[in-house]
Every structure is written in C-alpha cells, then in structure tokens.
Design a protein around this ligand. Sequence first.
Ligand code: KG4
Ligand code: ZN
Length: 334
Amino acid sequence: MSCNILAIESSCDETSASVISDGKILNNIVATQSVHEKYGGVVPELASRAHQQHLIPVVAEAIKSSGIAKSELDAIAFTRGPGLMGALLVGVSFAKSFAYALDKPIIEVNHMEAHVLAHFIDAPKPSFPFICLTVSGGHTQLVLVKSALSMEVLGETKDDAVGEAFDKISKILGLPYPGGPYLDKLAAKGNPLAYPFPVSEMKGLSFSFSGIKTAVLYFLKENIKKDPNFIENNLEDICASVQHTLIKMLMQKLVKATKEQGIKEVAIAGGVSANSGLRQTIADAAKKYRWNVYLPKLEYCTDNAAMVAMAAHFKYQEGLFTDLNVSPLAKLKI
Ligand code: KG4
Ligand code: ZN
C-alpha cells in the first residue's frame, strides 16, 4: 500500500513544505524570511505574517513538483511545536483546514524529534540506539534515540541555546543576522587558541551558553579601550576562539553522554550542525573514540519540512494520527 504525506513546517522563520512517498522524500521547498535581517533577530509578529504570505505558494509548489495529486495524499503532517506560537498557528491551522477539506487524517510532529529523524532521509542511517546532539537557534539537547518513536532527553541547556550564543556574539561583532554561518566562515581563517574564553562548568549533561556571551562582551570592551579597532583588526581570531570554546562545551558533554550510555552511534542535528568546525571536530572524535558519526546534509540541518515528513512517515506506519481539535504547543517537549 503506497503512502503519500504532505508535511508543513512553520515553527520559526522558515516556511517549508515537503512530500514524502513510501518513505522517500520527493522535494523540500523552503521559503526563508529575509524580513528579520534588519532587526538582528526573529520578530515573532513578522514571522507569522510572512508564513501567511509564503505558505500557500510553498505548498502548491511542493504538491505540483511531487507529481502526486491532492486526492492521492494519505495524510497531512505539521509541526505542532516547539516554536513561536504565532508562527506555529499558521502552519497548524492551514494543515487542519487542508486536511478537513480533503477529508484526510492529520499527523502532528515534534520539531526536535524531526531534527533527529532527518538522519533517516538518506543513507547512511544510524542504528538504534544512538545519541543525537541537537543544536539549533532555540535548543541544545543531548537525545537518546531508542527508536524513531521513542526518544529521551539526557541533558539540555539551562539558558541560551548554542545557536543563540553564535548569533548574539556575532551581533556584538557587527556581523549580519543570523550570525552563525558568518562567524563559521571567519573562524576558518583564524587561530582558535588566540583568546581563551571560559568554558562553563555545568553539572551532569546540562549546558550553559549565557556566560560566554558576557565574557566576550567584557573582553571586547577592555580591548577596545586600548585599540578602538580591536574587533576589525582581530576578527578572524576572535571568531575562531569563540567557535572553539562553544564546540569544546558541546563536545565535553557529548563524550560524557556516549561514555555513560556505552553508545558509539553518534549523530548531530539542527541548524548549528551545519558548522564546519563542529563537523570537523566530530569527525576527529569519531577516530579517537571509534564512533560511527552521522552528519546531516546541509539542507536538512536548518529548519525544513522534509524532516517533518520523515517523522510523519514513521508515525503513519503506526497509525499515530491526531485529532482535528489539536492546537500548537510553543513549549512541546520530546
Ligand atoms: O535549526 P535552525 O534552522 O532553527 C531553529 O530551530 O532554531 O537553527 C538556526 C540556527 C541559528 O542560530 C544559526 O545561526 C545557526 O543555526 N547556524 C549556524 C550555522 N548555520 C546555521 N551556526 C554556526 N555555524 C553555522 N554554519
Ligand atoms: Zn529547528
């Protein structure tokens, strides 16, 4: 029996739709919202409005390019949370109305589980159980993935997400928004050991990324007193040192989690998994610790509907449909 699912993602600032057929992703249409750039961060109200504008054309393109008729869809999937309430409402309301009009079932998807399940879009796929370090603009989590439908958060950040730290520090350095990718490029040309920033000491498998932002701010203030052009003159070294410290904090806990769980299957997911320094460090750790590592394709690192479609595919197999009276949950947990 064939199974075609249309999936919608609208949790933050990417409006995306994807069609999956028998577990194979047919397309992944993403409309990025450039409206937030001039504000240096996502403005929730503007994100909701941009989703309203982009969603219908994005869905129409996904359906058209899939070659699958609307009547041949077996379910409509959507991100229920976590995310921005207004942004989620647009996707959830659309998915419900569309499914109601077509008389098809709906499938709710947890955005964080979807990031993890992006690893099942293409080979090589991790075997269960594996540990996934999910690093994005809103989250930093170590997840024990027992199966596609059973995950446990082993540890997470107690304050800022690591992507937030990348973006806030980039903003202090005068880089465009979102700063993560810009900082990454500059870091590649700098000396990671030029400036030692403090590594937060957190218990167990918890993370903290708010301290480094403040440390960088004070460090820059002190140095600008001596040299007004300190940032411009040392930008690459500053970026490399910041990135090195953030990666060190992530790796300490990832290594600890794998040792505690006795697991050598290791994956990374989320927007920050696109970071070239993190990808290289994980590849090096794979050799050192004899891990099998799984790095997502760049298009599946940042928010996209293909990962939502993949997660929905697993739920469809188990008949895990959602009632039409569902509403979004901004703080939906794994
Ligand atoms: O997963 P995502 O698209 O959205 C959330 O769910 O948050 O992640 C976006 C985050 C942003 O903080 C962005 O700066 C960061 O991922 N990011 C990067 C890189 N590419 C995206 N951070 C560091 N290096 C990169 N190459
Ligand atoms: Zn995300």
